[in-house]
Design a protein around this ligand. Structure first.
Ligand code: GLY
Length: 456
């Protein structure tokens, strides 16, 4: 089948790469994609489609003209704009929820209230629509205060204020000064939870689900988890939860993922896509910090290399609302649709100096392979699939997923805050870290920085 993936980040590069490895896939189109997906010329091609509602018809026409059987929507703003609903109404299979399902992520207050309705363990929370009421709440409560914009803020719009002054400043910044525009019109306070965070993702057709391996990301810009929040500076998988209690993976599946899928179904929300649970593992077990409705970034870059099987076939079964049957058919044939490799995978984000604040763009990138678009392991086509298999026999596999890059006068330059996700899959986390950091050190651009403590 032919597949269209929307988006242009490292997460979408990883999706295009993994989908291209599926035996059921003939061609993958990335809309708009990035120089990494552009380099996968055997099976992938970039197409300049945009996700805005006025261009939905153009996307639908492209799908009809190119025999696209499945559209995988990458970023949340494409979903929030209604792309999945529009394409589904046109009879195209889509992996990604419609606008109703997207509310889980698009409104933090809705997501927390959903958790409360379906007994999904969650922190106490309060939401406010006026700045005065939010300020009064800070005055009469004790910190620390976890303050979030209700709406989408590109992974930012979250502050943990340890003193009252900072909490009051944050409320004013979000609500009165409009630091995040409409997203901060309403804010949510969440109880501050102690513990370690973990990301649980599941592929679902709204009825049945397949959980993906757990991952942990590093959200703050600085080593030791210091400094402002970012979209994510690195991630690793698997996550060893044995030190935090027994049976935690089962509890995450049963108390969070299954209850969420059942809750969506009982509300009549036809959720065909990726359910993301950002969790805190507390002494009382897992508690939901946030739901998202799309693949995590950078978690996807370290989870997909660990997945074996017909990934695109599973996404298609979700999009077609027949995941349970698909799994049953695989098991009666003596298999499972997806299996998880035992190896560890890590991804290290290389960012532009200044990120997550202001940064320069257009800076030449060197140290990638001869093509200038190094995607080692990001192989393409049947030939590439075989090469990928061979490469896994060695010390490990290195993949460089592109995010904030573009080609300018034939050269690769920076074009965003998070520039590359340098990923390695190997027999252990330590070996994977060694491989990833060796690759990172060979890539150069002025102002480049990365955290040296990913996976630690
Ligand atoms: N890594 C966090 C997110 O994808 O929202």
């Amino acid at each position: 089948m032919n597949v269209l993936v929307t988006g242009s980040g490292a997460r979408e590069h990883a999706l295009v790469w993994r989908i291209a490895l599926s035996p059921s896939v003939k061609r993958v189109f990335a809309a708009p994609g990035n120089p990494g997906t552009a380099a996968m010329t055997d099976v992938a091609r970039n197409v300049p489609l945009n996700p805005n509602p006025e261009a939905f018809e153009e996307t639908a026409r492209f799908c009809r003209q190119n025999d696209i059987e499945l559209v995988v929507v990458g970023p949340e703003n494409h979903l929030a704009a209604g792309l999945a609903d529009y394409l589904r109404d046109m009879g195209i299979h889509v992996f990604g929820p419609g606008k109703r399902g997207t509310m889980l992520e698009a409104s933090k207050a809705y997501g927390m209230d959903f958790a409360r309705r379906y007994s999904i363990p969650h922190p106490r929370f309060e939401s406010f629509e006026t700045c005065d009421a939010a300020l009064r709440y800070v005055e009469k409560t004790q910190g620390p205060w976890v303050i979030k914009t209700d709406g989408l803020a590109l992974g930012k719009g979250v502050t943990i204020a340890r003193d009252r002054g900072e909490a009051l400043r944050t409320v004013r910044e979000y609500m009165a000064e409009g630091a995040y525009g409409e997203a901060g019109r309403r804010i949510v306070f969440q109880e501050f939870l102690e513990g370690r965070e973990v990301t649980a993702m599941a592929l679902t057709d709204g009825d049945y689900m397949i959980p993906l391996p757990l991952a942990r990301d590093h959200k703050r810009v600085g080593e030791g988890d210091l400094g402002p929040m970012t979209g994510g500076m690195g991630a690793f998988s698997p996550v060893d939860l044995t030190g935090e209690g027994s049976g935690l993976e089962d509890r995450i599946r049963e108390e969070v993922l299954e209850r969420a899928v059942a809750g969506l179904k009982s509300e009549g929300i036809d959720f065909r896509g990726l359910l993301y649970a950002g969790l805190m593992i507390t002494k009382d077990g897992p508690k939901i910090l946030e739901f998202n409705v799309r693949f995590g970034d950078p978690e996807t870059q370290c989870v997909l290399p660990r997945i074996e099987g017909d990934f695109a076939g599973v996404l298609m079964a979700c999009a077609g609302g027949r995941l349970r049957r698909y799994v049953e058919e695989s098991s009666s044939a003596g298999g499972v649709p997806l299996s998880v490799r035992r190896e560890a995978c890590v991804t290290v984000v290389m960012a532009s100096g200044g990120y997550p604040g202001a940064y320069r763009k257009g800076i030449p990138i060197s140290g990638l392979d001869d093509t200038g678009l190094d995607i080692q392991g990001a192989v393409s086509g049947p030939e590439g699939r075989r090469q990928g298999e061979d490469r896994r026999q060695g010390e490990g596999e290195v993949l460089v997923f592109h995010a904030g890059t573009k080609t300018q006068d034939g050269a690769l330059v920076t074009s965003g805050g998070r520039v590359l996700s340098v990923t390695a899959l190997a027999s252990s986390l330590d070996v994977a870290l060694g491989l990833a950091y060796r690759k990172v050190e060979s890539i150069r651009f002025d102002g480049a920085f990365y955290r040296r403590d990913i996976g630690k």
